[in-house]
Write a protein that binds this ligand. Structure first.
Ligand SMILES: [Zn+2]
Length: 202
């Protein structure tokens, strides 16, 4: 069977580009992903995006008066329904077919912890029970065999998403040039961990 490839674009959101958790290469990477989509979108059977989407994420945000450790506690970011949680404008979202939100009430790094965002108003969505389909099931339903992962941040949500993708049985590749890290050392460690898990880095 010929490969069926999906592209997962991780967390290209304002807070991770130039907001409360901005990354040095975030803006550049958002533009680079758009340019990649204009030339390479047709390689993919499906293109999806993930969003960090916090309502009350249990200990993920630093407590008032304390300093974040940038490992488990973070400045407040990507609060559901706020400007900081929206996609960065340089990202062309026209080819993105579905969005998966993660972290509403728990810390969540992997897009595979996310659920398909329903297509109705935010105010209503916040009231209903969130039992929609997850990313793994969504990709399996579409007979995807290969997953490419790009986005922000290389050393956190890109890494976690790619590791989960690989362990879910998808042949997974991280496209290094289309990912922005929190730190360069963190990215190097992430690539080592990803390679050890069988993920390709291109
Ligand atoms: Zn978060």
């Amino acid at each position: 069977m010929s490969p069926r490839r999906a592209l997962v674009i991780v967390d290209v959101q304002k807070d991770f580009v130039d907001g409360s958790l901005g990354t040095a290469r975030g803006a550049e990477v958002a533009a680079a992903i758009s340019s990649f989509l204009s030339s390479d979108a047709n390689k993919y059977a499906h293109i999806v995006g993930t969003l960090d989407w916090h309502v009350d994420p249990a200990g993920h945000f630093v407590a008032a008066g304390e300093q974040p450790d940038y490992s488990e506690t973070w400045p407040v970011h990507c609060v559901a329904g706020t400007e900081g949680a929206t996609t960065y404008p340089a990202l062309d979202t026209s080819a993105i077919e579905a969005w998966f939100r993660k972290g509403e009430f728990t810390p969540a790094y992997s897009g595979f912890e996310g659920h398909l965002a329903p297509a109705f108003a935010e105010a209503d969505w916040l009231k209903v029970e969130r039992k929609t389909i997850g990313l793994e099931q969504w990709l399996q339903d579409r007979k995807i065999s290969h997953v490419d992962v790009v986005g922000i941040a290389t050393d956190f949500c890109v890494k976690a998403t790619a590791l989960d993708s690989q362990s879910a049985g998808f042949h997974t590749t991280v496209i290094e040039q289309l990912c922005a890290p929190v730190s360069d050392e963190g990215a190097q460690e992430a690539f080592a961990e990803l390679r050890a898990a069988g993920v390709l880095i291109s």
